[in-house]
Ligand binder design. Structure first.
Ligand code: FES
Ligand SMILES: [Fe+2]
Length: 484
């Protein structure tokens, strides 16, 4: 739960807002490269961080991203002609190059040099990794380009996609770093007959239903944080789902084998989000699966009219709030939720239907384990928690990494990370659960009838990491190991 003022602080992204300023200090993927037509092709309408923009590819193939309105009389440059090295406004013919410089002003007398002194807003652009990236912050604060490992892979090894998320960016991001929900929202009740996606595959289908109460560990990093959700499988081994979060709104999702999946959430404005994502293979061509082929089907390129009247050339999801995400109750014999359209539609349904979420109205709970209130809420200050020896007294954090008096964002556990005052945490006073080593599992759902699976093995070196020595010994609390 957040105070209303904190909620406002975190979710408003327009020009001049604190979060809008923060996002503007990072390079943002604002479009697929393939969505910007070839040289002198039609321009494409964008809306990023509350600003309406126009993107076009000039005669040389360079991409420009400019303010959407012509600086002359403020009409839409979208109506203009993209020709001979610039975008020419439809109204009086003024023309702008990819940097925003006015290069022709035909309605002025030949002796006028006004065009040389006029430029519209044009942002620095980089095309890499299948995306068009834009930096919208102060020029003297331009950061280095984020060198993600997948940026320069051949196209055969990656699949990029963008989508419209009809919610604030933070609602989407909260889902990306919420491991508990995959045991329900995305769960197949009969994993042995469920579709076998290429990316998520075995762990995702077979394991997430065996333990629906994952234990979280969080580690602060220089790029954001890394967290692991540990599930105890029926055979006593652990299944870790690990997710790095990279500021301001990028995550790597748990995957299988040599594959990776990333999601970058880019605020369109306070109510809409551009989801830029990709799946990549580190060593060879992408394997085929329902998740790696579905998104490459041709889709309606839009346009989409947003609630505020702004038009963007980004398609709305085929399943959306207006058609109840095509929920099929009969399908709930096989899936926990009958929403159609895959995991993306399931994620969108639960977040988009929240409306303009005010987190002061939420009722957050531990949700995952006795340790999670502190670990999850105090993630910035519990950097070394996962390295602490175990068993540990409940409520006592690691001996380093949590400075005494550190302010915790959760008022309910405001002092749980202070070494001097560990017992003031309400959770700290809670006695250990006798059955903690064997978390209760549902016994009445179809999941309880699932067959036991083979022992866990390392599925993905970079994302799914089983605990070293995690197999249980009778009568002894398993050690909590560093997940990654
Ligand atoms: S409004 Fe664009 S040239 Fe006049
Ligand atoms: Fe999800």
């Amino acid at each position: 739960m957040l105070a209303h003022s904190d909620n406002e602080l975190l979710t408003r992204v327009g020009p001049g807002t604190p979060m809008g300023t923060l996002f503007r200090r990072f390079w943002q993927p604002v479009s697929l490269s393939s969505r910007i037509a070839g040289p002198d092709g039609p321009p494409s309408r964008l809306r990023i961080l509350g600003e309406n923009l126009i993107a076009f590819r000039d005669s040389n193939g360079d991409v420009g991203v400019l303010q959407a309105l012509c600086p002359h009389r403020r009409t839409q440059l979208f109506w203009g002609r993209n020709e001979e090295g610039g975008l020419r406004c439809a109204y009086h013919g003024w023309k702008f190059d990819v940097t925003g410089q006015c290069v022709d002003m035909p309605t002025e007398p030949p002796e006028s040099n006004y065009k040389d002194r006029l430029r519209t807003i044009g942002y620095p652009v980089v095309e890499r990794g299948g995306f068009v990236w834009v930096y919208m912050g102060p020029r003297d604060k331009e950061p280095g380009f984020p060198e993600y490992e997948w940026l320069d892979l051949p196209e055969s090894q990656r699949m990029v996609f963008t989508g419209l998320q009809e919610s604030n960016y933070l609602q989407a991001l909260e889902g990306d770093v919420d491991t508990a929900h995959v045991s329900y929202l995305h769960r197949y009740l009969h994993p042995e007959t469920a579709p076998r996606p290429a990316v998520f595959n075995r762990g995702y289908r077979d394991f997430v239903g065996q333990d629906v109460s994952p234990r979280l560990s969080v580690k602060r990093t220089d790029y954001g944080f890394l967290y692991g959700g540990r599930r105890t499988l029926d055979d006593g081994t652990y299944y870790w789902r690990c997710t790095p979060w990279m500021a301001p709104a990028a995550t790597y999702l748990p995957t299988t084998g040599d594959l990776g999946q990333a999601l970058i959430r880019v605020p369109i404005d306070d109510s809409y989000t551009l989801s830029a994502g990709l799946i990549w293979s580190r060593t060879g061509a992408l394997p085929e699966g329902p998740d790696t082929t579905r998104r490459v089907r041709p889709v309606d390129p839009g346009p989409t009219r947003l609630a505020g009247g702004h038009v963007i050339d980004l398609p709305r999801g085929a399943t959306n709030l207006d058609n109840d995400y095509l929920i099929d109750r009969a399908a709930e014999q096989d899936k926990f939720v009958g929403i159609q359209g895959g995991t993306n539609a399931e994620d969108r349904a639960v977040t988009e239907s929240m409306g303009d979420l005010d987190r002061s109205q939420e009722h957050l709970a531990s949700a995952t384990s006795p340790s999670s209130p502190c670990v999850a809420a105090c993630s910035p200050c519990c950097a070394s928690w996962t390295r602490a020896p175990s068993p540990r007294p409940r409520g006592v954090r690691s001996s380093s990494g949590c400075a005494a008096g550190t302010s915790c964002p959760s008022r309910a556990t405001s002092s749980c990370c202070s070494r001097r005052t560990p017992t003031t945490c309400s959770w700290a006073r809670r006695p250990p659960r006798p059955a903690e080593q064997t978390p209760a599992r549902p016994t009445t759902t179809p999941i309880a009838r699932q067959r036991r699976r083979a022992p866990l093995r390392c599925l993905v070196p970079h994302a799914h990491v089983p605990s070293r020595g995690a197999r249980r010994r009778p009568g002894r609390q398993p050690e909590v190991s560093d997940p990654c």
